[in-house]
Design a protein around this ligand. Structure first.
Ligand SMILES: Nc1ncnc2c1ncn2[C@@H]1O[C@H](COP(=O)(O)OP(=O)(O)O)[C@@H](O)[C@H]1O
Ligand SMILES: [Mg+2]
Length: 286
């Protein structure tokens, strides 16, 4: 797509009063290594309305994390138009993106990325500390978020004292505590057994419904596919809409896909602390 057409699409999207939460038009992303160009996204077009829950599936290496990273401003598209909340992101500066992440976006990852030395409550409070909220206000909001994920009685526990499922609940509370409009979840069930995975998926879905929050959820879990408004498969660099939920295996089938097979596709964060701060909506390590 040429630059003139990209700008014309963005302008028309900017003027759309009933703007979707996420609009991608022909988004491409190449990675370059020396002389070699690796096309990962080859024309992704997607419209997600406010309050919708979209699941994205696809084989390891198909570009799912790349797509979420573009939406979080952690990476930049090679070409194509992208609008969030009806506004083009083309001219956002790094500082704008940091602000946008803090205000609008919550992120959950496969590897939880909790800060090991902090209690569950302090982990959940991180995004609010980055926003310089008062201590009393933070306490109230953290209490609400922990309650939302059923972790009130674990507030004082450190991550190593919690099971994987409990750590992911805390990570989810941290992603929701600042009431983001967009929740991006990158294989949040990848390290969990099928039963725990289903619990996390249901929590994500419930949390989204409660506040008309938009959710983009990358997962292999059929449990997620069953509760989603739409299910896409990312294949050959493009999103393919699954025709209907009937295409998903029935609820009685074992949901065994959330096992080590997805572990290889974990977040490529440099270290836990940095990733945790990014997850908390920040830009720099504390
Ligand atoms: N920073 C990067 N530099 C070069 N190649 C990358 C980078 N990030 C991802 N890739 C490549 O892009 C492809 C898609 O990766 P990714 O989005 O992580 O896939 P998925 O999340 O679907 O497993 C892979 O081939 C991966 O090696
Ligand atoms: Mg991935």
């Amino acid at each position: 797509m040429d630059a003139v057409r990209e700008r014309s699409i963005e302008r028309s999207l900017d003027n759309d009063a009933s703007a979707a939460m996420v609009t991608l038009e022909d988004v491409c992303k190449d990675y370059r290594r020396g002389n070699v160009t690796v096309p990962v996204l080859r024309g992704v077009t997607l419209r997600v309305e406010a309050g919708e829950c979209c699941v994205i599936m696809g084989p390891s290496g198909s570009g799912k994390s790349t797509l979420l990273n573009l939406l979080a401003g952690l990476d930049t598209a090679t070409s194509g138009a992208m609008c969030l909340g009806g506004r083009s992101v083309r001219h956002l500066s790094d500082a704008d993106w940091t602000r946008y992440r803090r205000e609008w976006i919550g992120m959950v990852f496969q590897a939880f990325h909790l800060v090991p030395g902090l209690t569950a409550a302090d982990n959940v409070g991180l995004p609010l500390r980055l926003r310089r909220m008062s201590a009393a206000h933070i306490r109230t909001r953290v209490g609400e978020a922990l309650e939302q994920v059923g972790m009130t009685n674990r507030a004082a526990h450190r991550p190593w004292e919690l099971s994987g499922g409990e750590q992911q609940r805390v990570a989810l509370a941290r992603a929701l505590v600042h009431r983001p409009r967009l929740l991006l979840a990158d294989e949040p069930t990848g390290n969990l057994d099928a039963h725990t995975a289903q619990e996390i998926i249901e929590l994500i879905r419930r949390a989204a419904r409660a506040d008309a929050r938009t959710v983009l959820l990358v997962t292999h879990s059929d449990a997620a596919a069953r509760v989603a408004d739409r299910v896409y498969e990312l294949r050959d660099g493009r999103l393919h809409l699954r025709p209907s939920r009937l295409a998903v295996r029935p609820a009685t089938a074992t949901t065994d896909a959330d096992d080590g097979a997805t572990a290889a596709a974990a977040v490529t964060a440099a270290d836990d602390a940095t990733a945790a701060v990014t997850a908390a909506g920040g830009h720099e390590p504390l």
